[in-house]
Design a protein around this ligand. Structure first.
Ligand code: HEC
Ligand code: HEC
Length: 301
């Protein structure tokens, strides 16, 4: 209620709330007039339809009492709990506070579990059964929407289960990737070459992976590669983990190996981002995740 910009809204809500109760009481009492008293013969209203006579039977006393008791309960609730506009209620509770208190309780319970991983080497975390179970749950909650629930990725989202890495597969590198995020940028080449030249380069890249290619175009393709691509992908096209430039010879593909996909990437470039997790997860949670991810390609299950 604190986000109301004027007291007008608060007054409006109080009016509706109390007015609603007052209206119900008005209806209740106004309809009791003219009804037969206890012991008196109950009159009928004169309506008869299809052999059914409508009587003017008074409301049962227990029903009226219950209604009045519930009205008192409602008014009592508004005195104790928030409900009437900006009035916080005498007990001064609210659900946001309760949720926060519960979260703090849960965090305090979980803290000792994670504490033991704060110092543990990531290689050991990867072999610890309990840590692996926690790591998998964290992965499913925080990472699977992009990397897939089996961590095998999909176009533009890297497969984390193989030994091909954009940014390096050492435990510390994985930890850095998750903590600070990564952004892989490949510049566009469409102003620097024709699509036919890009296609020559694609023939060369495909030849490095023993995929079907046109041998006569590999030679001009390699020349273009040496001119435009080695700065990031290296002279042998083995990539550069400092730039997140992938190894183009290992048979693992972030986007795909078809000529069309490779040419598209060369002409238009790529800009791909792994979001930093340091503001979303605790350092211990990130460590457990790094262990789990490293274990996918380094620990036999
Ligand atoms: C919004 C989507 C998204 C989410 C969520 C996400 N990632 Fe990523 N992740 C990416 C993308 C995209 C890349 C590739 C970045 C690039 O191209 O350089 C990546 C890269 C990585 C890499 C580097 C892979 C390599 O080959 O070097 C690791 C490790 C990784 N993610 C782990 C995780 C973990 C663990 C989580 C959960 C905490 C996570 N990611 C959550 C999109 C995401
Ligand atoms: C400025 C550095 C840079 C240059 C120059 C560059 N690349 Fe890249 N390249 C990258 C990066 C970084 C990625 C990864 C993009 C991502 O993370 O999405 C990439 C991705 C690729 C991919 C996708 C690989 C896959 O697994 O799907 C191919 C193919 C590729 N580059 C080929 C080339 C070719 C051919 C050239 C020369 C015409 C070239 N690159 C020039 C940095 C570069």
């Amino acid at each position: 209620m604190s986000d109301f910009t004027s007291v007008g809204w608060s007054i409006w809500i109080v009016t509706i709330a109390l007015g609603g109760v007052a209206f119900c009481l008005f209806v209740l009492f106004s309809q009791m007039k003219g009804q037969a008293k206890k012991g008196e013969k109950i009159s009928d209203t004169g309506h008869i339809w299809d052999g059914i006579t409508e009587y003017d039977t008074p409301l049962p006393r227990w029903w009226i009492s219950m209604f009045l008791i519930l009205t008192v309960v409602a008014l009592g609730y508004w005195v104790l709990y928030p409900g009437l506009g900006t009035f916080k209620g005498l007990l001064d509770t609210n659900q946001a506070k309760e949720v926060r208190a519960n979260q703090e309780k849960i965090e305090a319970m979980v803290q000792p579990v994670f504490q033991k991983y704060a110092e543990m080497p990531i290689e050991d975390i990867a072999k610890d059964d309990e840590a692996r179970a926690i790591g998998q749950r964290l992965f499913l909650n925080n990472c699977a929407q992009c990397h897939g629930s089996d961590a095998q990725g999909s176009p533009s989202f890297p497969n984390l289960t193989d030994s091909s890495w954009l940014w390096g597969g050492e435990p510390e590198k994985i930890l850095q990737t998750i903590t600070n995020g990564r952004r892989g940028i490949m510049t566009a080449h469409k102003t620097l070459m024709t699509p036919a030249q890009a296609s020559d380069i694609a023939q060369y890249v495909r030849s490095l992976n023993e995929l079907a290619h046109d041998q006569t175009r590999v030679v001009p393709g390699k020349k273009m590669f040496d001119q435009f691509c080695v700065a990031c992908h290296g002279a042998e096209a083995k990539g550069n983990p400092l730039l997140g430039a992938p190894d183009l010879t290992d048979g693992a593909w972030l986007y795909g190996s078809s000529e069309e996909t490779i040419v598209y990437g060369i002409l238009n470039g790529r800009d791909n981002q792994m979001p930093a997790q340091k503001d979303l997860l605790s350092p211990e949670q990130i460590r457990v995740l790094a262990g789990w991810v490293w274990g996918l390609s380094n620990v036999d299950k």
